[in-house]
Design a protein around this ligand. Structure first.
Ligand SMILES: *Cc1c(COP(=O)(O)O)cnc(C)c1O
Length: 232
């Protein structure tokens, strides 16, 4: 089923992209592989997945050796003291929401002689249960990262919308983050190259693409419901 699910999502995302005046292929599908084992992930890669997302450092470390070559995305909350474990493994960190975290990423990237691509996580609905900064704080954090973190490239924004039964109801948040994204996409600075707007999950990716997302993070719709008790 993994292959069929991926094909269905690819068709759907391309269709919506075209409907909104973009090209098919403009929206990157990141397969979210938390709780999934290496065999399942490799099956997805065989079906054409080029990018996978994990939300826990430990899962990245556990699976890294057994998964076929692919780009890894850190999409979950990241503690500064764990940056060192993944700095040489992930292509992009989606969940940067403090200068402290950015500075640790910068320091570790510098030691490895690389720059790290990051997204700033915006909590548009101001949900207290979620990480991310408010829309108002975004400019300040971006400024601070540009000033203090030469080994970071800010590639865009990420947001997790609140869960609503009807995804139409969260389009307003996606729209707000797209507005912010457009504002910085036109800035020029060596530390900033906006190209990714990471919004939309299994339940709401269609609404997110309609509002301008070009990177969707999809788990359940590819692999089925997660069982968090299962040992990976
Ligand atoms: C789990 C997760 C997803 C994917 O969620 P699904 O509903 O399974 O598609 C996307 N983004 C983040 C940050 C996640 O933790």
């Amino acid at each position: 089923m993994i292959k069929e699910n991926i094909e269905a999502i690819n068709r759907s995302k391309d269709e919506i992209a075209e409907k909104t005046g973009r090209k098919a292929g403009d929206v990157l599908l990141v397969a979210v592989t938390k709780t999934r084992n290496a065999d399942e992930i490799n099956e997805a890669i065989e079906a054409g997945i080029t990018d996978i997302g994990e939300n826990k450092v430990q899962e990245i470390l556990d699976k890294f050796e057994d998964v076929s070559p692919v780009r890894w995305h850190m999409i979950g909350h990241l503690q500064s003291n764990k940056v060192k474990y993944i700095i040489d493994k992930v292509s992009m960190i989606h969940s940067v929401d403090s200068l402290k975290l950015a500075q640790e990423i910068d320091r570790r990237a510098g030691r490895h002689g690389t720059t790290m691509d990051i997204l700033v996580q915006v909590n548009a609905a101001r949900e207290t249960s979620k990480f991310g900064i408010t829309a108002e704080e975004t400019g300040k954090l971006i400024q601070n990262i540009l000033e203090h973190c030469p080994n970071i490239k800010i590639r865009g924004l990420m947001c997790i919308a609140p869960f609503e039964d009807d995804p139409e109801d969260v389009r307003i948040y996606f729209r707000e983050v797209k507005g912010l994204y457009d504002k910085y996409a036109s800035h020029t600075h060596p530390g900033l190259d906006f190209q990714y707007l990471s919004m939309g999950m299994s339940h709401d990716y269609e609404a997110a693409i309609l509002e301008g997302s070009n990177l969707i993070r999809v788990g359940t719709a590819i692999f089925g419901e997660r069982n968090y008790n299962k040992q990976v």
